[in-house]
Write a protein that binds this ligand. Structure first.
Ligand code: SAM
Ligand code: DTB
Ligand code: SF4
Length: 327
């Protein structure tokens, strides 16, 4: 059906009309699109590790790792490669298929990047897909990551261009789009999404998803985070978003980007099992799994396993080849 073909020419008005649909109509449409492209009962599982924590010079108002806010977070320098490999082994044993390494940098220095490239090679050799989120990159840095075998680069737009300046003043939306273009043009898969619950309007959520869906290629992975409120950040104390509005955001992402993984990302600890089930019905097919995100909590793995059993859902099997199977 033409209306469900993959498109990159969405108008903001069209996207807002999707948001405005009656809830059941929106979820039915999202689930229909979802089933056309995906197994409806399978979820991809990624595990996060903060490889360099805190003391970030940027001023992202949501982030506990910014040097500008006193959140009581302990700073940690770039981890040793062996420690990262050990954490990746544990994630693989727990059932994760993708390992995401996050660093609190505005952009990496070349020496730091060389060490991250080692981490990527070693984690990939375990048979895991690799993802990194390290801030802004230049062409040369993107090439280094590509040569190390990186699969995905995460770099979020976070919100609409209009609202961006309310949340971050130390970089521009265009800076973000420039790094995304470098990553895409180097042939890396793009992981790019945003945050719901920062005080933005529905129009901002629609505009962010519209921007993502109109990129030259849809990001292969779209994380939708609910703001994790951390004491000491400027956004602590914001009103939590309406649970159903969060589900709507997932559903619209699924309809706009039918072939992308849509990840129900940060914020699951604050969500009921019923809300998470609605997110899967709306087309989410990826989660962060493991008891920590970067610096904040995530549901216990036991709880997640029980939730998946109750929903009759399963984890996606790994697709990356192990070093052994390559001979
Ligand atoms: N420094 C790099 C950057 O900003 O791209 C990489 C790490 S940064 C922590 C990665 C993403 O985490 C941010 O773009 C944001 O979307 C998300 N994030 C950070 N703090 C969050 C919070 N309190 N709640 C929800 N998402 C958050
Ligand atoms: C994404 O979109 N969410 C993840 C990952 N990409 C890097 C990070 C969530 C961080 C939540 C706050 C924290 O734990 O520090
Ligand atoms: Fe730094 Fe990334 Fe946190 Fe912004 S989101 S303060 S860039 S770690």
């Amino acid at each position: 059906m033409q209306e469900h073909a993959t498109r990159q020419d969405w108008t903001l008005e069209e996207v807002e009309r999707l948001f405005d649909l009656p809830f059941n109509d929106l979820l039915f449409q999202a689930q229909t699109v979802h089933r056309r492209h995906w197994d409806a009962n399978t979820v991809q599982v990624s595990t996060l590790l903060s490889i360099k924590t805190g003391a970030c010079p940027e001023d992202c108002a949501y982030c506990p790792q910014s040097v500008r806010y006193d959140t009581g977070l302990k700073r940690e320098p770039l981890m040793d490669v062996e420690e990262v490999v050990a954490a990746a082994e544990r994630a693989r044993a727990a059932g994760a298929t993708r390992f995401c390494m996050g660093a609190a940098w505005r952009s990496p220095k070349d020496k730091e990047l060389a060490k991250v490239a080692d981490m990527i090679e070693r984690v990939k050799a375990l048979g895991l897909e690799t993802c990194a989120t390290l801030g802004m990159l230049n062409d040369h840095q993107v090439e280094t990551l590509k040569a190390a075998g990186l699969d995905y680069y995460n770099h979020n737009l976070d919100t609409s261009e209009e609202f961006y300046g309310e949340i971050i003043t130390t970089r521009t939306y265009q800076d973000r789009l420039d790094t995304l273009a470098r990553v895409r043009e180097a042939g890396l898969k793009v992981c790019c999404g945003g945050i719901v619950g920062m005080g933005e309007q529905r129009r901002d959520r629609a505009a962010m998803l519209c921007t993502l869906a109109n990129l030259p290629e849809h990001p292969q992975s779209v994380p939708i985070n609910q703001l994790v409120q951390v004491e000491g950040t400027p956004l602590a104390g914001r009103e939590a978003p309406d649970a159903l509005e969060f589900v709507r955001t997932i559903a619209v992402a699924r309809i706009l980007m039918p072939r992308s993984y849509v990840r129900l990302s940060a914020g699951r600890t604050e969500m009921s099992d019923a809300q998470q089930a609605l997110c899967f019905l709306a087309g989410a097919n990826s989660i962060f799994y493991g008891e920590k995100l970067l610096t904040t909590g995530n549901p216990d793995t036991d709880h997640d396993q029980q939730l998946f059993a109750r929903l009759g859902m399963r984890f996606e099997a790994g697709t990356a080849e192990t070093a052994e199977s390559c001979g």
